[in-house]
Design a binder for this molecule. Sequence first.
Ligand SMILES: Nc1ncnc2c1ncn2[C@@H]1O[C@H](COP(=O)(O)OP(=O)(O)OP(=O)(O)O)[C@@H](O)[C@H]1O
Ligand SMILES: [Mg+2]
Length: 317
Amino acid sequence: MSEAVLNVEDLALSYPGGVQALRGVSLQVRPGEVLGIAGESGCGKSTLASAMISLLSSGAEITGGAVYLRGENLMALSERDRRRLRGREIAMVFQDPLTAFNPVLRIGEQLVDFQVNAEGSSREKRRRAAAMLSKVGLEPDLALSRFPHELSGGMRQRAAIAAALLMRPAVLIADEPTTALDVTMEAQIIHLLRELQAEVGCAIVIVTHHLGVIAELCDRVAVMYAGEVVEVAPVDDLYHDPLHPYTRALLSCDPSALVEHTGHLPTIGGRLPDLADPPPGCAFAPRCPLASESCATPPPRVRPAPAREVLCHKVAP
Ligand SMILES: Nc1ncnc2c1ncn2[C@@H]1O[C@H](COP(=O)(O)OP(=O)(O)OP(=O)(O)O)[C@@H](O)[C@H]1O
Ligand SMILES: [Mg+2]
């Protein structure tokens, strides 16, 4: 197994009001892999994605653990060094691609600016920008001269992906990059990410609550619940043999996983625990069909197979 490029170690993060958004998350991103992060709304996916690029929203406080990029502790760096790494080693694509661009500058100008750390004249950088735009399926001459609002949502997301890749990152982090798009556009973007991943060879971390996207794109999946990673598995194992009761519930809620169409979707009963006052034991126990007395104590992290990890009292090692 190759050395992790990004290593999240026992990371704990709180927001104002004592919301414990991450509660001891450990997760490794390996070079060149596509890692999916799944889970219900509010379970901490975006918080983890932003911590991976050390781009925390104001008021967020790391209360334990660390994130290492090739062995370097991101949290111990100065803001200036973090910015430098963000430009070079890690890039992020957001749900709303407008956030990636300055509204008053043309796309071409911005794609040149994004290459601030790269060698070459600005003409050379413009040529690189044009080449990357055609790689993501945009007509370069047209896209270079447009303002961000002059592109459709799908085109903008392609341009944002081009911008991220121009930095030649070792890790591309994408937070719900297809959520704002229609189904056809979503399929195109996923196809594009897969192609680019094969070509550029960067690792991709993709956050989504859409399990279909994960099945299409990912090598490995981390399932989050209430600020914890409750299961990690290769994608085929997760779909064919989900071990955590929460993963099972999530899969049975996913419309694309339903074999028969019954007209309505099953939902997981109950809701996420209050993250300002999480329960001492298993956070999923109140909603879990298998819960028993032992689940009132913290669940063990079980490793039932070399590449698998489950946080549950009910899974035999
Ligand atoms: N800036 C913030 N200030 C305070 N609380 C926050 C902030 N951002 C997120 N939270 C809280 O932290 C928890 C985790 O939020 P996060 O956005 O990481 O979840 P998520 O899994 O990405 O959800 P979604 O699927 O809706 O995007 C939630 O309880 C949320 O309300
Ligand atoms: Mg989110």
